[in-house]
Design a protein around this ligand. Structure first.
Ligand code: COA
Length: 260
């Protein structure tokens, strides 16, 4: 499948890399790019040879935000559709049954920061920059950022970022919990691939249930979800993978998971 503003590659070790590639506009998300992102995610979901997805950007930006040229011309009704369409694409990413790692290589501003937050894990190059500068444009984050940011960094840091529109460096992003780890720019993709391989060595069904439990927990109090945890734990205990994983440990060998 070909895309105008994305590159998608799939490695032999089941890692899909999705690269935002609207180079001359610092990978700004116009409607066409959001539509391609949604389509690419649907295509990856349907493949058996993909275990996890790395999202990154081409050039010096991860994504420098929603496309301001498009934003400038939107009516309120069109703006609602713009926000809802982006929210749906990012929700699809967040709902992925397979792990998604954001490898933030440069500017992750506005919709770019929101895209990173919709991924399950965030790694940042030491050259990355983060911010939610929408308030400087008379707008607010519209791709889920008002909700994901406070859940990740707490309401205080979220309010400061969204009210000042300030741009922070990767070290500060790590300090407040916006990213998991900062690595030298030249090593970013290798580190992301290494982390993904570490995940993909584990039991696929178990990982899917972890992601599902985390996602549901965002919307409900923990007390309401302990039964879900127990139900998943019970279901997994009956799988071949759980038999294989426990047996492999006891026999001091590497497990071979089949996803069943
Ligand atoms: N939407 C549309 N175009 C964008 C863009 C965005 N969010 N961010 C960058 N671009 C375009 C610029 O207009 C410029 O296009 P041009 O070469 O045709 O003039 C090109 O990308 C390069 O950006 P430029 O501003 O020249 O690079 P810079 O190094 O001077 O600054 C940024 C980099 C990221 C600080 C700056 O581009 C910026 O502030 N972007 C907007 C960030 C933002 O507010 N995002 C939230 C949107 S809701």
């Amino acid at each position: 499948m070909t895309y105008q503003n994305l590159r998608v590659s799939i490695s032999g070790d089941r890692i899909a890399t999705l690269t935002l590639n609207r180079f001359d506009k610092l990978n700004a998300l116009n409607s066409a790019t959001v539509e391609e992102l949604d389509r690419a995610l649907a295509a990856l979901e349907a493949r058996d040879d993909v275990g996890g997805i790395i999202v990154t950007g081409a050039g010096r930006a991860f994504v420098a935000g929603a496309d301001i040229a498009e934003l400038a011309a939107l009516s309120p009704e069109q703006a609602r559709t713009f926000a809802l369409t982006g929210q749906a694409a990012f929700a699809r990413l967040e709902a992925s049954a397979r792990p998604v790692i954001a490898a933030v290589n440069g500017f992750a501003l506005g919709g770019g920061c929101e895209l990173a937050m919709a991924c399950h894990v965030r790694l940042a190059a030491d050259t990355a920059r983060f911010g939610q500068p929408e308030v400087k444009l008379g707008l607010i984050p519209g791709y889920g950022g008002t909700q994901r940011l406070p859940r990740l960094v707490g309401p205080g840091h979220a309010a400061q970022l969204m009210l000042t529109g300030e741009i922070i460096d990767a070290a500060e992003a790590a300090r407040i919990g916006l990213v998991n780890r900062v690595v030298p720019a030249a090593e970013l993709i290798a580190v992301a691939e290494g982390l993904m391989r570490q995940m993909l060595a584990n039991a696929p069904l178990a990982m899917t249930r972890v992601l599902d439990a985390i996602r549901r927990g965002v919307d409900a109090p923990p007390s309401a979800l302990y039964h879900l945890e127990a139900a998943s734990f019970s279901m997994l205990a009956g799988t071949e993978d759980a038999r294989e994983g426990t047996a492999a440990f006891l026999e001091k060998r590497t497990p071979r998971f089949g996803g069943r």
